[in-house]
Design a protein around this ligand. Structure first.
Ligand SMILES: C[S@@+](CC[C@H](N)C(=O)[O-])C[C@H]1O[C@@H](n2cnc3c(N)ncnc32)[C@H](O)[C@@H]1O
Length: 150
């Protein structure tokens, strides 16, 4: 399992590891990746962007990108989804978060313009690289999740 934009590893990567998954993390923030390495000392970790990463030169059964895709410009989101499709094994799963409806806003944490492609947009972007949208979920905090399969 690869956690893309893993941050400190809390809570996502740690929850996955606690559930028995072997997790690898990718994040371009040296500070957050150092925290990830402290939280998950045995997990492979790369201080890279999702766009530039070689994803450890391997393939995965699953990928998660929570709180990441919508921070990137639309073309970069599509590029990252394409990279995910390349590193997933057949039948592999990809879970990512983004608002259900297409929208733009300024992210309060980063000040960056954020943009959700919305369900229709993500369905197209996923389909273009051979991934299929198979589910959508909402958590108690109102965050929306898209689940895709390769
Ligand atoms: C909102 S935080 C989410 C962190 C973690 N996934 C979570 O759910 O707690 C967004 C993360 O994406 C990382 N990030 C920003 N741009 C990125 C990029 N181009 N590629 C990979 N990660 C990126 C940030 O460093 C940050 O750790």
């Amino acid at each position: 399992m690869v956690d893309i934009g893993c941050g400190s590893g809390r809570p996502i990567a740690l929850a996955l590891a606690d559930a028995g998954f072997a997790v690898s993390g990718i994040d371009p923030s040296p500070t957050l990746l150092a925290a990830f390495r402290r939280a998950l000392p045995d997990a492979p970790a790369a201080c890279e962007t999702a766009e530039a990463s070689d994803y450890f030169g391997r393939r995965f059964d699953g990928a998660v990108a929570i709180g990441l895709l919508f921070l990137l410009p639309p073309a970069t989101q599509a590029m990252v989804v394409g990279r995910v499709a390349q590193v997933l094994r057949p039948g592999g799963r990809f879970l990512f978060s983004a608002p259900a409806a297409a929208c733009r806003w300024t992210d309060t944490l980063t000040g960056r313009e954020s943009r959700s492609l919305g369900e229709a947009g993500y369905r197209v972007v996923l389909g273009e690289v051979g991934l299929r949208l198979v589910g959508e979920y909402e958590d108690g905090g109102g965050n929306h999740y898209f689940a895709a399969v390769g």
